[in-house]
Write a protein of this length. Structure first.
Length: 306
């Protein structure tokens, strides 16, 4: 059985490259368009598989043309898909993504079938979860399902990794009991009210997350790497400089890298450094899942930084 179960979203990304983002009411010309498999859940499942982990996906797609494409893509990458439900008469989730010349992106998501993940779908996977070591989740499916999944995993003795993204403007009570919570600067601010402008602020945000009954808080900082916070310690892991093409799915590569490193019993600091290497490499390739690095690439990059 799979060591990792990912509960989350599957989207088709509609990606346009442009020199700069349009202002309100403005039309700008794009110069490249692609449809690329994405969704935070699917991306993280694919990231784990590419880095050598055994992984099963739980989620929903629609019965349109995008659904089978997403499922076949995950299957081809070694992700188990027998627990992904095809929902009739509803669209598969999509993300409209603009990428500017510096590699920064702007994303609008239409959840579609991702909103159809139900508590009964979770309960139906109890035996799958019971045999896993890690349950990985994000917030592109209903929060009540995420909350229930954390509780179920606790009861089964399964460690949970929650990428609280995108962070909704609600109280973070759903974080309670998560072993690891991963957020970027904006998500950290949404959940704690602390504007993350520097490492000191990131540390304060991490401590605020711990106060929500979280085991480990990890704040990703883009080109500045990541900061991890526990009750006993705080440490910054810098990122190495690369030529950025597209930041889409860099956070998902980070989560996949963290999960696999923990599976391989890295200590926390080295697990975050391995994850930072995975996330950094993902910024060098256009698109979500196409940018997810291989086990060989991350290993070489990680070892090269020692």
């Amino acid at each position: 059985m799979a060591e990792v179960v990912v509960l989350g979203s599957l989207n088709m990304d509609l990606v346009v490259k442009t020199e700069r983002m349009p202002r309100s009411g403005e039309t700008v010309h794009g110069h490249e368009f692609a449809t690329i498999p994405g969704g935070k859940g699917a991306n993280q499942a694919a990231a784990v598989a590419r880095l050598g982990g055994s992984v099963e996906m739980i989620g929903c797609v629609g019965d349109d043309s995008f659904g089978p494409t997403l499922l076949e893509n995950l299957r081809a990458q070694g992700v188990g898909i027998s627990h992904v439900k095809i929902v009739p008469d509803i669209a598969t989730g999509i993300a409209m993504i603009m990428v500017d010349s510096s590699g920064e992106n702007s994303i609008v998501v239409a959840p579609g079938a991702n909103n159809q993940v139900r508590l009964e779908d979770l309960e139906a996977t109890r035996s799958l979860l019971a045999q896993a070591r890690y349950l990985v989740m994000q917030l592109e499916i209903p929060i009540d399902v995420v909350r229930a999944a954390i509780s179920l995993a606790q009861g089964l003795g399964v460690a949970t990794i929650l990428n609280a993204a995108p962070a909704p403007p609600v109280e973070g009570d759903y974080l309670q009991g998560a072993h690891y919570v991963v957020v970027n600067e904006m998500e950290a601010q949404a959940l704690t009210g602390i504007e993350v402008k520097d490492l000191s602020a990131a540390g304060r945000a991490g401590q605020a997350l711990l106060a929500k009954n979280v085991g480990v808080a990890i704040v990703t900082l883009g080109a500045q790497g990541a900061l991890w916070v526990t009750q006993e310690d705080t440490a910054h892991v810098p990122a190495r400089e690369v030529k950025v093409v597209d930041t889409t799915a860099a956070g998902d590569a980070f989560v996949g890298g963290l999960t696999v490193a923990l599976l391989n019993q890295f200590d926390l600091g080295e697990a975050v450094r391995y994850a930072t290497c995975a996330g950094t490499l993902a910024t060098t390739v256009l698109g979500a899942q196409p940018s997810l690095p291989s086990q060989r690439a991350v290993k070489a990059f990680y070892e090269g930084g020692h």
